[in-house]
Design a protein around this ligand. Structure first.
Ligand code: F6R
Length: 369
């Protein structure tokens, strides 16, 4: 059942390169463009969309936060991402020109289901990004793009998260393709980069032993903080969520730019702080700002755990622990940066004697509001 692994979570982490490749499969035509015929919302409707709203919970919400950045960057359509549990209680502004994307692994999450029902009542079109065939959320949506991650058994979501990201990138590119905001060659280039990600995830998985050793050495800590910016911010939140649910540790993710507005007061001697560093090639301004953040927190005693692209030498002097990830285009970095955080949380849970696949108080699908 567990394919030789001690836990489903370990098996599912290891399956990620294949899951990511499977989510792309059959969705790229011979010319290198997207064929998403399965998205049965007519192109004429997609061309009229003037706002995208993403609703989801937990890990899927973090995927949605990253999807927002991709959608706005590639399509220039305003996009917001909201927690499904908050959405319908604030009288959101929706109409026929709003595209709502509901992201859910299980397809049964009640908060997400109620949010999409509310959106449809207001006339919005709903596209589900879902991993479970024939589940309620896709059945009640106008269309569905399935993430082909295969069954996810461990309560903590891993491969579903990566494939949600891939599916959302495809939706963003497809919107750009249909609306003409993204030219053929640009779309082909991103698709090629996406096709390379499976191999990059594989590379990350092969280099995880030091991350496991680090996790074990932190087993008696009470708190771990996570910092990131841009796409690294949701990755930081996801790293913190994984640690809460699996290791039962106090973990918090912050946008690194917010440090000086409060959280820096938390920094004390030997506090582990994980920092997700943006590529020095892409948004290099953000890269340099994060390097200063690392210096600041280290000067105040933090034990810095730095996740940085291969070849990024600027971080070396300030990293107590350095976790290397392959270079990727900026928007795709979460696909590799999230993986060490999954391994980190899984190993910490094991070291603390916790039940990895079935954390206390949690259920795989949350069918109550
Ligand atoms: C975290 C986790 C949860 C789910 C959330 C949404 O590891 O598994 O936060 O992501 O409950 O579930 P789905 O995606 O099934 O709607």
């Amino acid at each position: 059942e567990k394919g030789g692994y001690d836990y489903f979570m370990l098996k599912e982490i290891a399956e990620q390169p294949k899951a990511v490749a499977d989510t792309l499969l059959g969705r790229i035509d011979a010319s290198g463009l997207l064929t998403l015929d399965e998205v049965r919302i007519p192109a004429s409707v997609l061309r009229e969309v003037d706002k995208v709203v993403i609703v989801a919970c937990g890990t899927a919400y973090h995927a949605g936060m990253i999807a927002k950045l991709a959608i706005e960057h590639w399509t220039r359509i305003p996009c917001e991402t909201e927690l499904a549990s908050e959405f319908r209680y604030r009288d959101p502004i929706l109409d026929q020109r709003t595209l709502v994307i509901a992201i859910s692994q299980s397809g049964e999450t009640m908060d997400t289901l109620m949010a999409l029902r509310h959106a449809r009542e207001q006339g919005a079109k709903v596209l589900a990004v879902c991993n479970t065939n024939g589940s309620t959320i896709p059945r009640e949506s106008d269309a569905v793009l399935y993430t082909h991650a295969g069954p996810e058994v461990a309560v903590a979501s891993t491969k579903a998260f990566l494939t949600q990201l891939v599916a959302c990138y495809l939706v963003a590119l497809y919107l750009g393709q249909v609306r003409g905001t993204k030219w053929g060659d640009e779309i082909r280039a991103v698709i090629r980069e996406l096709s390379d990600i499976a191999a990059a995830v594989d590379t990350v998985l092969e280099t995880m032993e030091p991350v496991r050793a680090l996790a074990r050495s932190l087993a008696d800590k009470n708190t771990v903080l996570f910092l990131g910016r841009h796409v690294g911010y949701p990755v930081a939140l996801e790293g913190a969520l994984k640690l809460k649910e699996l290791a039962y540790m106090h973990a918090e993710g912050f946008a690194a730019g917010e440090l000086k507005h409060g959280p820096i007061a938390l920094i004390e001697e030997d506090l582990p702080v994980v920092v997700v560093v943006p590529s020095p090639r892409g948004r290099s301004v953000l890269h340099d700002k994060i390097v200063s953040n690392i210096q600041e927190i280290r000067a105040r005693g933090a034990r810095t755990i730095v996740i940085a692209e291969e070849g990024d030498e600027a971080v070396v002097p300030y990293a107590d622990h350095l976790i290397r990830i392959p270079a990727t285009p900026t928007l795709l970095q979460p696909l590799v940066a999230a993986v060490p955080l999954q391994v980190f949380a899984c190993e910490l849970a094991t070291a603390r004697g916790n039940e990895v696949d079935q954390p206390r108080n949690l259920a795989k699908s949350v069918t109550v509001e």
